[in-house]
Design a protein around this ligand. Structure first.
Ligand SMILES: [Zn+2]
Length: 236
């Protein structure tokens, strides 16, 4: 057991404010901060990331069960309860790319002819491949999709939230879509089904369902707007 780092002056080790109680009133850091060690680091990472009532799993659950509640509460100020949208988007994309590389799934393999990379072998080829996958994904679809969803929501529901808030919603929605892509990727890989059209349908339904859940309005005009947001996000 490593000794605690104790500040003899009773001040927060992070920001220097005088301590009262178990957490710093200024920055929220634990008053009894321990020395960094691997076991603690791993435990707190696993705890934060995968605990059942932790922000990540709660966020994922709400994204599919009641996305509107997640968006409203997160934007409304409930920040610690949920996983941050940017972090969520990055984490899910990283997991997706990692899994995709590990099962050697290339969604572009029909369109792409192997462009003279046969000479690279082993690790070098793997790194080359990973770099290509990352750049493709960041440059192409997902990143712009976030902003086109945000832009369309802002266009049709101008008054409710600002563009930055809609962008966080876009990040959540595309994150949820990426999670579903992981599932369809495995289906495509092992059942040899063409999933391009299925993925498009899933995406349209997901955007529609998310905006419906967010605004909870049943009237015809709202329904038309959810549909327009869903389709135009893709067109854009
Ligand atoms: Zn502090």
């Amino acid at each position: 057991m490593l000794p605690q780092l104790t500040d003899t002056n009773g001040k927060c080790l992070n920001c220097g404010v005088a301590l009262h109680g178990n957490f710093c009133v200024q920055c929220g850091q634990r008053a009894s901060t321990k020395r960094i060690n691997f076991k603690e680091t791993l435990n707190s990472f696993l705890g934060l990331t995968f605990s059942l009532d932790g922000p990540l799993l709660l966020t994922i659950k709400l994204l599919f069960v009641n996305p509107g509640k997640l968006f409203r509460e997160y934007i409304g100020g409930k920040r610690k309860t949920y996983y941050k949208p940017v972090a969520f988007f990055v984490l899910v994309t990283a997991i997706y790319l990692l899994l995709r590389a590990s099962i050697n799934f290339d969604p572009l393999e029909d369109e792409f002819v192997n462009n003279g990379q046969e000479n690279l072998s082993g690790l070098e080829a793997k790194i080359e491949e990973a770099a290509r996958l990352v750049s493709e994904n960041i440059n192409n679809f997902m990143f712009f999709l976030v902003f086109s969803i945000a832009f369309m929501l802002k266009l049709f529901f101008r008054k409710t939230y600002n563009l930055a808030e809609y962008t966080s919603i876009g990040l959540f929605i595309v994150g949820a879509y990426t999670l579903l892509k992981i599932i369809t990727m495995f289906i495509a890989k092992f059942a040899l089904v063409d999933i391009d059209n299925i993925e498009l349908v899933i995406l349209v339904l997901l955007i529609f369902y998310s905006s419906f859940s967010l605004f909870k309005s049943f009237n015809f005009w709202s329904m038309a707007k959810y549909s327009l947001v869903s389709f135009l996000s893709l067109v854009l």
